[in-house]
Write a protein that binds this ligand. Structure first.
Ligand SMILES: C[S@@+](CC[C@H](N)C(=O)[O-])C[C@H]1O[C@@H](n2cnc3c(N)ncnc32)[C@H](O)[C@@H]1O
Length: 251
């Protein structure tokens, strides 16, 4: 077998960087294909696995190769405190589109309409994974698989379908767009096949998205406050959906 650094360099082009132990742990749990994983301290990484991730400990044991600190530092943009990094195969667009189109849908799709902040997008993917949402779709130019988004998502891109689409390509289902000018969300039960859309941090919902929306919903907010942060708006909305019984139970 070729050495891990050669394998890394061969794969790095189209692959997803899993930065740190927790991103690798999550990706493995949710079925990511991981061709190469390195660590600066195999014993410490496996001890962390035994403590926090017994379910993937044996997989990590088989995957992780120890490399010198300098080698590790040459493979990643900036070293992670856990000294672990891996490359995963990005799921195909076809597979994501299939997952997004699958009916009957048992959990909503989250749409971020022209998001701008990579950290917000990562936080939303993490939320979607936690609530068992069907997927996270973005419109506009932000790449939801950008390394900074993947870092913010803690490896949970593999737990939901993450794809960029045009407004005209959004999955079928009743579209609820979140906007401070909408009807109070507390009067609405969100169905499991809902498409939940959120506007950009700077300018809110686009005209195209508004035109497609079946309902405009507002989160409770005092009059003097203009808006909430995008990711926290998604959190409140998914929680509102979950409170009616659709989401996975807490462990
Ligand atoms: C930071 S806000 C956008 C603020 C933007 N300046 C605007 O003009 O709407 C980002 C998104 O979060 C959601 N959002 C924020 N506060 C909300 C609220 N009180 N009710 C419903 N949606 C909200 C909306 O989808 C909004 O487009």
């Amino acid at each position: 077998m070729t050495d891990p650094v050669t394998r890394w360099r061969e794969r790095a082009g189209g692959a997803v960087l899993l930065d740190g132990f927790h991103a690798l742990k999550h990706a493995l749990r949710f079925g990511a294909e991981v061709p190469v994983a390195v660590t600066t301290d195999r014993r410490a990484a496996l001890a962390l696995a035994a403590e926090l991730a017994g379910d993937v400990r044996d997989t990590l044991d088989a995957l992780l190769t120890e490399v010198p600190e300098e080698t590790y530092a040459s493979l990643v943009p900036r070293p992670h405190p856990t000294g672990v990094a891996a490359l995963a195969v990005r799921p195909s667009r076809e597979a994501n589109l299939r997952a997004l189109a699958h009916t009957p849908r048992t959990a909503p799709v989250v749409v971020l309409d022209h998001p701008r902040n990579l950290g917000n997008a990562g936080a939303v993917i993490r939320l979607a994974a936690g609530f068992g949402a069907t997927g996270v779709v973005t419109t506009g130019t932000l790449d939801p698989w950008h390394p900074t988004v993947v870092r913010g998502g803690a490896g949970l891109h593999f737990a939901t379908a993450v794809e960029r689409l045009e407004v005209e390509e959004l999955p079928a289902g009743p579209l609820f767009a979140l906007d401070p000018e909408g009807e109070d969300i507390r009067g609405t039960k969100l169905p499991d096949d809902a498409v939940l859309a959120f506007g950009s941090e700077r300018s809110g919902l686009s005209a195209d998205l508004r035109a497609r929306a079946d309902h405009l919903l507002a989160l409770p907010m005092r009059p003097q406050v203009s808006s909430y942060n995008l990711a926290t708006s998604v959190a409140m909305t998914l929680y509102h959906w979950s409170a009616a019984g659709g989401a996975p139970t807490a462990s």
